[in-house]
Design a protein around this ligand. Structure first.
Ligand code: ZN
Length: 366
């Protein structure tokens, strides 16, 4: 996520903080301080910081569970609206997604009961708290933190896809219908909840308006991803790959290639060879950013991606699309029996998607 900075690495997972996150703490402290004075400001800061320590536990539970299923976790990022586990993908096996989704709320629930239990044993009255009391005494903060964990567990279990409960719904539906359709149903429920959060935000707590946006955008993008996946699934790499690419020797300078890259027909990519052997692909974006950084006189051999991933011609475009997102690469080499037979790029997938969806919508209107 842009504008996020790493604070620490826990269990091999980088914990990042979005630049807007400290604003939440400052706002909270200022609100408390304004109403109840300087000590209250300090209490507000401690409360919100401690709350986010628990949010981190919640997110790490999701992440650790996902790692068990071989999902790569990029990081856990703290945003003003909560924590987000950035995973390369969700496990597509519904039962696995279900367990990943439940791990967070269950952890919050258990932590909540532990904290309240300790408070009870320490002699605190665990039913007696309010924001005003927290602002005026340290004693109530631990009790409040216990309850807020329990609240977090139940709030996240609302079926507001892509929140945890919504993922549970999708995983449940995906066992009964295909994945794309399950996603669309879950996303519709998610959007409905986003509207409800928005209304509740206007009436009760403005904070919910942010949650509403987050849920709505999240549901839309997951829905879009599912539709794209459904359309791309039926097409294969060999149907869209570029086979007429001219290979270019590594010693070619960017000045020599810059014109042909814009007129070339290789999906915006250049296959590069060294001593006659294919060594990787340079994309239009690679070339443009290299020109920006080093000028036109640098040669292709210096900027080519020598670890360009390979796919084979029979793979579905959906699989390739997922791999492109996972690898954050826009161009793959297509190899058959050890031989380079073509290049497939994100542009090719985009063109195939546009064509196929045009044909499908044409069919629907006839
Ligand atoms: Zn969660």
């Amino acid at each position: 996520m842009k504008w996020s900075y790493r604070i620490i690495t826990i269990f091999g997972i980088p914990l990042k903080m979005h630049i807007t996150f400290p604003m939440l703490i400052i706002a909270y402290a200022a609100l408390f301080g304004y109403q109840y004075g300087i000590w209250a400001a300090l209490r507000g800061t401690v409360l919100i910081s401690a709350l986010f320590v628990f949010v981190v536990f919640h997110e790490l539970a999701h992440s650790k569970q996902a790692q068990k299923y071989g999902v790569k976790v990029r990081d856990v990022t703290l945003l003003p609206i909560g924590g987000v586990s950035n995973m390369e993908s969700m496990p597509s096996e519904p039962r696995e997604e279900l367990k990943v989704a439940l791990a967070g709320p269950l952890t919050s629930l258990v932590l909540g009961f532990i904290v309240l239990g300790l408070n009870y044993l320490a002699g605190y009255r665990i039913l007696d708290f309010s924001l005003e009391k927290i602002a005026t005494s340290w004693d109530y903060i631990p009790v409040y933190l216990g309850w807020i964990n329990i609240f977090l567990a139940f709030f996240n279990l609302l079926p507001a896809f892509p929140m945890d409960g919504g993922r549970v719904v999708r995983a449940y539906l995906a066992q009964r219908m295909n994945y794309a359709r399950a996603t669309r149903v879950a996303a519709s429920i998610g959007k409905l909840f986003a509207v409800l959060f928005g209304i509740a935000g206007l009436l009760v707590n403005p904070f919910l308006i942010f949650i509403a946006f987050f849920v709505y955008l999240g549901a839309s993008s997951e829905e879009q991803g599912a539709i794209v996946g459904e359309i791309l699934r039926d097409m294969k790499v060999k149907n869209v790959m570029n086979t007429q690419c001219d290979t270019v020797p590594a010693e070619t300078t960017l000045a020599q290639i810059v014109e042909s890259i814009f007129h070339g027909s290789c999906g915006g990519a250049v296959p590069v060879t060294e001593y006659g052997t294919f060594i990787g692909v340079a994309t239009r974006d690679d070339i443009l950013s290299a020109i920006h950084e080093h000028g036109l006189e640098i040669n292709l051999g210096r900027i080519v991606r020598r670890d360009t991933p390979f796919v084979n011609g029979d793979e579905s475009l959906n699989e390739v699309y997922v791999k492109m997102q996972q690898n954050q690469r826009n161009a793959f080499a297509v190899v058959e029996r050890g031989e380079l037979v073509g290049i497939v790029t994100l542009e090719d997938l985009g063109r195939a998607y546009a064509l196929k969806s045009a044909i499908l919508s044409g069919k629907n209107t006839m």
